[in-house]
Design a protein around this ligand. Structure first.
Ligand SMILES: [Mg+2]
Length: 338
């Protein structure tokens, strides 16, 4: 058996065995966006970590230091957001190759610090070392959430509405432009590149959702809608039905897809790194939550489908055609077929 055959999630399953020695006070362990454990009678501590490796996740020749630092912290904050938490403290570890200019490193920390300040996060420490060739950044973020407000992947129920807090697919389009060295010759292409390089973690949206009584499950869209939704479906033992014409696609992505001849729904389904939140809400509360969200953030909470009891994921096209779909997003060890 090879890593390629079992994939990232098969590997995580394998190494998860034997990890939990003391089960008391652990609310979420391996398998959610962040770990959650009790440190206080009604407060949970959240911990998440993310590793960015040069030539795997980024290329120094195509990302500015500032953007790299900003994104490295943003992806961690997004995981805290997916648990409904407030981010509190961060630890930054970095392995630096000899040829990396000091200016570039200072820019990385400027990007991290600016985003940290925006969400009231302290940077409390980390580790620095050297590296042979590649720059490697690891960030750990600590957050908190009241136990009754915790959002988790395994709490979706049949009949729930499925929502996303923002557009999907923009980041993948931005990555396409960067990888193919296509100049951003208009504002819409610039916005797509920005969506890829400077994703906005939905911390405030996560806090808002956590305080709504009808919200059941949540996850952030890091690997792609189809892959991320699968985690909710599998962990909650349910199914999901999405409506192709309801998946929110930005005007920028529509223009991009027309120009480069791509299908925007496929882009939205398989495109990772959007860092919106996916959540499910009971049908009785869904309308009210969506209208409160609109009032609070001046933009919609997009309904994209519903949770079913079929254990399948299906996509309904406007002509009524139903297609089952499987995850087509990012898996770090499997061959990519994007
Ligand atoms: Mg996540």
């Amino acid at each position: 058996m090879t890593l390629k055959e079992i994939g990232e999630f098969g590997f995580i399953k394998k190494i998860s065995r034997g990890c939990l020695i003391r089960k008391e006070n652990i609310v979420r362990a391996i398998g959610d966006d962040a770990a959650a454990f009790k440190t206080d009678p009604d407060q949970l501590t959240l911990i998440t970590t993310d590793l960015l490796v040069e030539r795997i996740h980024f290329s120094r020749s195509t990302i500015a230091g500032y953007d790299l630092g900003y994104k490295a912290l943003a992806v961690n904050l997004s995981d805290i957001a997916a648990m409904g938490g407030a981010a509190r403290e961060a630890f930054i570890s970095i392995a630096i190759p000899e040829d990396c200019p000091l200016d570039y490193l200072e820019d990385i920390y400027d990007g991290i610090k600016n985003l940290a300040a925006k969400f009231n996060v302290n940077i409390l420490g980390g580790d620095t070392t050297n590296s042979r060739i590649d720059l490697i950044i690891n960030i750990v973020v600590h957050g908190t959430v009241a136990e009754k407000e915790l959002l988790r992947r395994d709490a979706a129920r049949s009949g729930d509405m499925i929502f996303t807090t923002g557009f999907l697919g923009d980041s993948k389009a931005g990555l396409h432009l960067i990888l193919n060295d296509i100049a951003a010759d208009d504002e819409s292409l610039e916005m797509l590149i920005k969506a890829h390089l400077l994703p906005e973690p939905h911390i405030l949206e996560g806090r808002f959702l956590a305080q709504q009584p009808g919200i059941h499950a949540a996850i952030d869209t890091s690997d792609g809608l189809s892959s991320d939704l699968r985690h909710i479906v599998e962990q909650s033992n349910v199914g999901a039905r999405l409506y192709a014409d309801k998946i929110p696609v930005s005007e920028n992505l529509k223009k991009f897809c027309t120009r480069f001849d791509f299908d925007s729904v496929k882009y939205a389904l398989s495109g990772g790194e959007d860092y919106t939140l996916l959540c499910t809400a009971s049908p009785e509360t869904a309308d009210k939550i969506a209208s409160e969200f609109q009032k609070e953030f001046k933009r919609p909470l997009f309904p994209i489908g519903e949770i079913t009891d079929t254990r399948q994921m299906e996509l309904i096209w406007p002509n009524g055609r139903i297609r089952s779909f499987s995850p087509s997003g990012w898996d770090h060890f499997k061959e990519q077929n994007k």
